[in-house]
Design a protein around this ligand. Sequence first.
Ligand code: SF4
Ligand code: SF4
Length: 104
Amino acid sequence: MTELDCTRCGACCAAWRVDFHVSGCSAAGGSVPDGLVEPVRGDTVRMRGTDHASPRCAALQGAIGQSVRCAIYAWRPSPCVELQPGSDACLRARRRHGLPAVAD
Ligand code: SF4
Ligand code: SF4
């Protein structure tokens, strides 16, 4: 089976809140640019755009399901690094965007 191609998807960048520990921010010695992050509560921060009614991360460029890129791919936060193509979360995000569970 052909592997899912994230550069033709982007669904998980526009499906839910992307929260992580504040230590992931550049101001705290992490990698994620501070301007793309907003505080939530306590030690938690969130990628801008991901708590909108129709979530879409501010770092996502392109058209979902067609051609996308993460503008901060090398510096993306831990939830994005950890999410594996083909995982339950991945397939849930793809379903939300009407994308199939297998590569076409
Ligand atoms: S939903 Fe899955 S296939 Fe799509 S970009 Fe995210 S990890 Fe990749
Ligand atoms: S930081 Fe990049 S990989 Fe993570 S949700 Fe935003 S666009 Fe997607």
